[in-house]
Design a protein. Structure first.
Lengths: 414, 250, 249
């Protein structure tokens, strides 16, 4: 009977370990990143991402891919979010499924936080190296101090291969090539195990003798002094001296082994270059804007004036990463994620080319299920019911102009 | 574990002082359960737990939350009700051996309380750290919270109150008055749960980042200190057990 | 309860019972203190403890000892005065580090896949042993606070340096200099943890040039002395066995 019991208990323990291991080596398909929960006004009026390109849809372990594009820091930045004086170009992925080999804003490497200027547009690039297999939603993302994460569009990327093959070689300034994935890991384990063993030894030295009840009785009876023997003191001194000596000796040996070390690097990076975009020659005045709840559509009345020297047409309205296009004017060929691309979602009452010098008032409708799916329609419940976005105008030669809009929004429930 | 009341009438000589099987089974119950929970998190945290507006989040996480809340209320009501209902009304007249046996049962409860606190306050609380710092949290009911706040914390609360009730209803030591430190050691960690209100309010109101050492989290710290009150319980217990053993140990 | 009756049948049984209680008390003390200490430590010094790119010469060295001397001081106050057991600090630290290691391995690595060489905990054991031995030798709260508290602060950085030094080797990366620890923080993406929340190398301390860590450790030791006193009293309070009378409830 006892043998069976032992076997059962052993097997249960094995089963426990197997369960845990199974969970650890599971290759998942991760869902999106919670961008939908962010207040619509925050997504519409902070960072606008555009011209995005995910260089690959599928990438093998150890291979790299890039996400590049531009972001516009909206001048109508909401009052409830701190201004991007301290911001960090992050990447929205579920943990280190990729490592971030590099990230650049305006050509400058940005491993640290930066200051961004309202109203300016920056180009950026993030270089990722695949580390953990699975299907992952990879988002652009900007963290703003006092505002939290501001998530941009995400696209599914598949990583193939095995994580055990992942390597992260780095050449140090002392000339060594190391694999950062497991560099110095043995050293970490060694010192922790050694010190833990010393701590345990001190505990065992005391725990192996009768503890609470007899010792309490002795203390209550006034025999407390008898509980610490001269040998205990000697061994205690040995432990304490041994500890101090080991700390000093190991520190000395470490300094000999690593003569060149530097402090952690920190500090804000200012003066990040933005793109010099000429002022648009098209001006837009929002006369009114409504969101029609039943139709999942936003309607704007815009008065557009063309002060340039070429006729233009409205081709795209981009807000909170959702892009509404007028297919007759502009088609997306970048492979932008389907769920946030309404290829025929933009309707303009009169979208004939607007001649230079001409002013026209048009009804513009941006409609797509994305209003609901991406919870942009919740804008009407926000404490500051405004909408904002980017309008892109195109001339016959395909030249593009970006105009920002920012205006109150009235919901219509019927 | 709470069935010793009746043993007053039964032949006390027959029952062992410490029911080791209960002790082992109790420890294993928590261990196996929490390993399963960890497995569930490992799988469904990634696949269904990142977007609280996705239908699979409702299926795997919100339903988990509803079920656990119902089970916790049921377990607490039944367990606490049972311990109270079967209380010993003649607790001052039990034999020393029976008292010793009950101290062992009481310590079985306290071992479970310590074990449950470990899982709640250490394992799942720091685990919450890695989850937050890895993902963008989009709901109060993010998977790690559904486990930490609404499962592991209630479990140690249920266990702690059970231990307290057992002591109060079956041990002569706790008959008169209210043991201050025992009360603190149960109420303090309990208060961590309502403090979740402050935490979530603060995170939606002004604290957007998941920085663990943020002052917003100090409420948890303050109530965490209350676990030290277990020292007072240990001292009271050692004094009580010493009285029972002193002349035999001498 | 009759005083003439005995709870045990023999002295041997009494010894065995007492020993069984030792283990049960020890287990509960270990796990409960682990829970309380861990939640306290992770929420007052946790970020510095989680990641190598937070383990700097200035704030980590200052904060970690100050916030971690708390529970050791309190548990010492009970275990020493009531039982003459000089293990209060070590038991706390051994418990805390066990809890941390389990988590870093099973969750930081096993759930969110950060390499262990990026998220290992700080080593607190040297200070704990010295704190326990000083209390045992002197039997004095004041001596332990002043000498032990100072040692707690001073030993922290050198006790951890052999573990973190390899990660402070510099590297040139796309035209910038970083330590390997900085690079870990940059490479291994923490989506919910932007770089700017790192509290490292703040302030200048120019006067002291390279000697920032010793100054920080000395300051930390100084505050640890004060915190030790405070928490030793907390410990004594938590060790009380008072009852509130029924009519006062």
């Amino acid at each position: 009977m006892k043998i069976i019991k032992d076997k059962v208990s052993k097997l249960s323990f094995v089963a426990l370990l197997v369960t845990l291991t199974a969970a650890m080596f599971y290759t998942p398909t991760a869902s999106a990143h919670g961008e939908k929960s962010q207040a619509a006004f925050m997504r519409m009026r902070t960072i606008h991402w555009y011209d995005l390109d995910w260089s690959k849809d599928e990438v093998a372990i150890n291979e790299t891919m890039t996400i590049s594009g531009k972001f516009h820091v909206f001048s109508g930045w909401p009052e409830t979010v701190d201004k991007p004086e301290v911001a960090f170009l992050n990447i929205g992925i579920p943990g280190p499924v990729f490592i971030r080999q590099g990230s650049w804003i305006g050509g400058q490497l940005v491993p640290r936080s930066v200051t961004l200027e309202l109203g300016e547009t920056y180009d950026f690039k993030v270089l990722l190296k695949a580390r953990r297999p699975g299907d992952w939603h990879v988002h652009t993302m900007m963290n703003v101090e006092g505002g939290g994460p501001i998530i941009g569009p995400g696209k599914w990327v598949t990583i193939t291969g095995s994580m055990s093959e992942f390597v992260n070689p780095i050449v140090t300034l002392t000339g060594e090539t190391i694999n950062l994935e497991d560099y110095a890991l043995d050293n970490v384990y060694f010192w922790h195990a050694l010190w833990y063993a010393i701590g345990l030894a001190w505990l065992v030295f005391w725990v192996k003798r009768p503890m609470f009840i007899p010792r309490s009785i002795a203390v209550v009876d006034g025999k407390a002094d008898s509980l610490i023997s001269p040998l205990d003191r000697k061994i205690g001194i040995a432990f304490a001296l041994g500890t101090v000596v080991l700390v000093m000796a190991s520190m000395g040996a470490t300094n000999d082994a690593y003569p060149v070390t530097t402090p952690l690097q920190a500090g804000l990076m200012r003066g990040i270059k933005w793109i010099d975009i000429p002022a648009p020659t098209v001006t837009v005045k929002v006369e009114d804007a409504t969101y029609r709840v039943p139709g999942r559509a936003m309607q704007m009345t815009l008065t557009i004036t063309n002060n340039g020297d070429a006729a233009v047409q409205l081709g795209e309205f981009n807000t909170a990463s959702v892009r509404f296009l007028d297919a007759e004017v502009y088609e997306d060929e970048s492979g932008y994620p389907d769920d946030i691309l309404a290829e025929e979602g933009l309707t303009v009452s009169d979208n004939s080319p607007l001649a230079p010098g001409e002013t026209r008032t048009v009804e513009v409708t941006a409609s797509d299920a994305a209003w609901e799916v991406y919870r942009l329609a919740d804008l009407i419940y926000d404490p500051d019911s405004r909408f904002a976005g980017l309008l892109f105008f195109f001339d016959e030669e395909g030249n593009r102009q970006m105009v920002t809009v920012d205006s109150p929004l009235i919901p219509s429930f019927i | 574990m709470a069935a010793t009341t009746e043993s007053v009438k039964a032949d006390a000589k027959e029952a062992p002082l410490l029911n080791k099987r209960n002790l082992f089974a109790g420890l294993m119950l928590y261990l196996v359960f929490y390993v399963w929970v960890r497995w569930y998190e490992g799988i469904y945290g990634w696949s269904a737990g990142l977007d609280s507006f996705a239908p699979e989040f409702e299926t795997y996480w919100m339903n988990f939350l509803y079920i656990e809340l119902v089970l916790e209320v049921l377990t607490a009501s039944i367990l606490w009700g049972y311990i109270w209902k079967t209380r010993d009304r003649k607790v001052m007249s039990i034999t020393p051996r029976e008292e010793l046996r009950r101290h062992f049962t009481h310590w079985t409860w306290l071992v479970m309380y310590g074990w449950a606190i470990y899982w709640g306050a250490s394992y799942f609380t720091e685990q919450d750290g890695t989850w937050h710092q890895t993902i963008v949290r989009d709901t109060d009911f993010t998977p790690s919270h559904i486990i930490e706040f609404y499962l592991a914390y209630p479990i140690y609360i249920i266990t702690g109150v059970s231990a307290f009730l057992y002591a109060k209803t079956r041990l002569p030591t706790y008959q008169q008055g209210l043991h201050l430190m025992y009360t603190i050691s149960v109420i303090g960690p309990f208060m961590i749960l309502p403090n979740v209100g402050l935490n979530e309010w603060g995170h939606t109101f002004w604290f957007m980042e998941e920085i663990f050492v943020a002052p917003l989290h100090y409420g948890f710290v303050f109530f965490g200190w209350a676990t030290l009150a277990i020292l007072g319980v240990v001292n009271t217990e050692v004094t009580a057990i010493s009285k029972l053993l002193k002349k035999d140990l001498a | 309860m009759s005083a003439s009756q005995s709870a045990v049948r023999s002295r041997a049984e009494a010894v065995q019972v007492s020993r069984t209680f030792d283990w049960m008390i020890l287990f509960t003390l270990f796990t409960a203190v682990l829970g309380g200490y861990h939640i306290h430590y992770m929420l007052t010094g946790g970020d510095w403890d989680f990641w190598t790119d937070w383990k700097d010469r200035r704030l980590w060295v200052t904060v970690a000892p100050i916030v971690s001397i708390t529970f050791p001081a309190a548990v010492q106050a009970c275990l020493w005065w009531r039982y003459r057991l000089p293990i209060g600090a070590t038991i706390c630290v051994v418990a805390l580090m066990l809890g941390e290691w389990i988590n870093r391995y099973l969750n930081f690595w096993g759930w969110t896949y950060f390499p262990v060489n990026f998220c290992f905990p700080s080593n607190l054991i040297p200070g704990a042993i010295v704190l326990d031995v000083i209390l045992m030798l002197g039997g004095s709260m004041t001596l332990t606070a002043v000498v032990g508290g100072l040692a707690w602060g001073l030993l922290f950085y050198p006790g951890n340096w052999p573990i973190i030094a390899p990660l402070h080797v510099p590297v040139e990366y796309n035209g910038m200099m970083m330590t390997l620890a900085d690079l870990q923080g940059y490479h291994y993406v923490r989506t919910g943890t932007p770089e700017y929340i790192r509290m490292v190398e703040k302030g200048t301390l120019r006067t002291f040039g390279k000697d920032v860590a010793p100054v920080s450790a000395f300051f930390s030791g100084f505050v640890s002395i004060i915190i030790y006193f405070l928490w030793h009293f907390f410990g004594k309070w938590f060790a009380k066995t008072d009852f509130i009378a029924d009519d006062e409830l």
